[in-house]
Design a binder for this molecule. Sequence first.
Ligand code: NAD
Length: 471
Amino acid sequence: MSLGPEQIQAIIKKVVERAASQGAGDLPVQKTSPYFGRHGIFTDLDRAVEAAKEAQVVWASLRLDKKKQIISKLRSRLRECLNWMSKEAVAETGLGRVDDKVKKNLLVIDKTPGPEILTPEVFTGDDGLALMEYAPFGVIGAITPTTNSTETIINNGISIISAGNAVVFNPHPSAKKVCAKTVDTMNRVIVENGGPDNVITVVQDPTIESAKELMKHPGIRLLVVTGGPGVVKEAMASGKKVIAAGPGNPPVVVDETADLIRAAKDIIAGASLDNNIVCIVEKEIIAVDCIADELMKLMQAFGAYRLSTEQTRRLEKVVVDGKYPNKKFVGKNANVILKEIGVPAGDDLRLIFAEVAEDHPFVQNELLMPVVGFVRTPNVSKAIEMAKRVEHGYGHTAVMHSRNIDHLHQMAKVINTSIFVKNAPSYAGLGMGGEGYTSFTIASPTGEGMTTARHFSRVRRCTLKDYFRIV
Ligand code: NAD
């Protein structure tokens, strides 16, 4: 049900009066918890949606330059929070590396596009003018992962509010504290700079059940989910419009023309980012036979640990649980994992790899830990075919190292992923050391790819007959 102009004005008046009487840091009397309604943190989903709905009306009514100014202030404040966000995310989730989280958080703070990406489109001709504008949906529900906890809150948050929406987050339960603190910080900046409170809200104690409730909530106009296959399947069945960013298993192919020194360094850097928990990073290496030994030697020379056949057998029993990764080792440092088979190593060890066959779990499954399989193939065509098979049709991300334009072209055509990176670490595809904006919600199942404010907008057309083709 859409609101009429009088109702909108009444809500704006109420919220503005309340803000004026309370001041920036002094919020409403708490109802059910010390956090109720405070800078976006709610114990109750209905209230989180209700408050976001109220805030969205005011937020959407602000001038565009005001919204841009607030988003710029958000970026500045979040930059000051990099250390605590990264440390607390590692401490709470038990996943990843603080230094890498600093890099990932900085990336989303700096390179998530704001309202400037919403450039209108114009058609003029003999019949006059048509203008296409990006309008908000209203309140968007966002379900976020544990692997990129604060990164997804910041990235989705900036993208969604840039389009004039409000957002209700249901973060992963194992990242709830750091996500709530990030939401609190973002709301404070908005309020301090003249915007309404609760443009970004969060469920204080999120669960799978509250995620399901959010998916069905009548106040939610659009859903964005970032996670594994379970949440994608559930969201698709919700009956709402969904932007779904699901799992991946990105292969990296190395052919005989590649700069092998660069390939070895780039694969180690990409595959070890945040201990391999990032969905876009290299999860298995496929190398053509004639350079496979050389590539493995170079990877060892640049600090990766190569498992022997016997060590591979033992480690597999530890880190793989049937078909799935053993959760105990997801996102852990490589030396912690190696210790399980009695191999001592320092904290600075970034990556473990093992030569295995295509059907090995180190190749077939998204392990989300710094352990990757290495497979050899007779030639580049076979390598590309294998990459296609082990990517399992997710259409997520793939990488190739080659200096042969025909090979690169063949891989690009066959692999058909949302992101394809050539001659760089995978994360260049996120704009980290590569061109272009970033996104931490790469929607392959629903086709949006690297999501931005554009995807959180309704496109509206305004037509003027016969006028304003001014030439
Ligand atoms: P996860 O699927 O366990 O959880 C993601 C979110 O979904 C959490 O908030 C969780 O509470 C919720 N959830 C999980 N199952 C649900 C269900 N059945 N119903 C309702 N909600 C449910 O994933 P994770 O461990 O947090 O993250 C890792 C996974 O996410 C990997 O598969 C990774 O590839 C994927 N991922 C994808 C992207 C992308 O942009 N495509 C980005 C990050 C992570």
